[in-house]
Design a binder for this molecule. Structure first.
Ligand SMILES: NC(=O)c1ccc[n+]([C@@H]2O[C@H](COP(=O)([O-])OP(=O)(O)OC[C@H]3O[C@@H](n4cnc5c(N)ncnc54)[C@H](OP(=O)(O)O)[C@@H]3O)[C@@H](O)[C@H]2O)c1
Length: 292
């Protein structure tokens, strides 16, 4: 833990799912940090966190990154997956390579691989390689499917008692974003200067039918999982304005799940944080207000 007033940690993606959990965990530990945000109006909760210093910046704008990096030794790199994500994250890494940063913690994805048929896994692997090429210390966090993704279906679950996907019978060791943030926190605070790769999964691999059964048990009402076709999913996503590149990526992701490639269990959350990762039932109990 650092006691300096001047933050030496910069986090990005702090308005998002993993980044906001990381910001809260840093604040709970009284660790000063700087958060790069694109828009202060979207950073409402962050503004009030203990030890948070906000700086305006965008991965599209090198100078804003250079400014945000002043005095920073450790960074947490995250953006959402989009057609531009590889270019934007590489832009960030280029700026880092010019500064005083010693350690990059990058939020990647489970099974990241430059030869993967899944576009998200290829772009994450390309950014990982770019970071390796800087010669700086790195920690790559490779989480599996986020439990919090189900919050996108909270309204449907609440009012129509159903949710849909194209998962079939695939078992997935999905993980709570707060457990991912806890691993990120430990990596940022670690005094160890070895580079590491962590596979971040929950404690169990479950199918979407089992997800529905757990929701039904915890909420005390029948929730149904509807398995749809790729075409039906694409239509539903385009109707809500979901970008085509990301939608095609989701189809690839689920094809990868169908091969059983996301059912692997890792012990890394326990080994790094000393705490067992949350089960899906834990997640539903803690977010039940969103679903009922
Ligand atoms: N969803 C899953 O199941 C899953 C599983 C494994 C890995 N992942 C990986 O997790 C990452 C997404 O994590 P998340 O869900 O926590 O993200 P998220 O909630 O979508 O948040 C994305 C964050 O990135 C920021 N951002 C986007 N473009 C930016 C730019 N040009 N400059 C600076 N900041 C920018 C956003 O800021 P604004 O508030 O300004 O928009 C936001 O804070 C992706 O890389 C994805 O591949 C996801």
């Amino acid at each position: 833990m650092t006691h300096s007033i001047q933050p030496i940690i910069l986090i990005t993606g702090a308005t998002g799912s993993v980044g906001s959990a990381l910001a809260e965990q840093l604040a709970q530990k009284n660790i000063p940090f700087r958060a790069l945000v694109r828009n202060l109006d979207k950073a409402g909760n962050l503004k009030h966190l203990n030890g948070a210093e906000l700086v305006i910046g965008d991965f599209n704008d090198q100078q804003s990154i250079v400014n945000a990096l002043k005095g920073i030794e450790k960074v947490f790199l995250l953006s959402n997956s989009s057609e531009d994500a590889e270019r934007l994250q590489c832009n960030f890494v280029d700026a880092i390579a010019k500064g005083e940063v010693k350690h990059i913690v990058k939020l990647s994805q489970f099974a990241a691989n430059i030869n993967s048929p899944v576009r998200f896994l290829r772009y994450h692997a390309a950014v990982e390689q770019k970071i390796k090429d800087t010669g700086l210390q790195y920690t790559f966090l490779r989480p599996n499917l986020f439990m919090q993704g189900l919050l996108g279906f909270a309204g449907l679950i609440k009012y129509q008692q159903k949710f849909f996907a194209i998962a079939g019978d695939a078992k997935i060791s999905l993980v709570d974003t707060r457990d991912i943030a806890a691993v990120a926190l430990n990596a940022l605070l670690s005094r160890d200067n070895e580079s590491k790769i962590y596979n971040i999964t929950g404690p169990e691999a479950i199918s979407h039918k089992e997800i529905a059964e757990i929701l039904s048990t915890v909420l005390g009402k029948k929730i149904e999982y509807i398995n749809v076709s790729d075409a039906e999913l694409l239509t539903a996503l385009s109707q809500v304005g979901f970008p085509a590149w990301q939608a095609a990526g989701l189809i690839e992701d689920y094809a990868h799940y169908a091969l059983g490639e996301a059912a692997v269990l890792s012990n890394d959350v326990m080994e790094v944080t000393g705490t067992v990762p949350r089960t899906f039932a834990d997640f539903v109990k803690e977010y039940r207000a969103a679903f009922e």
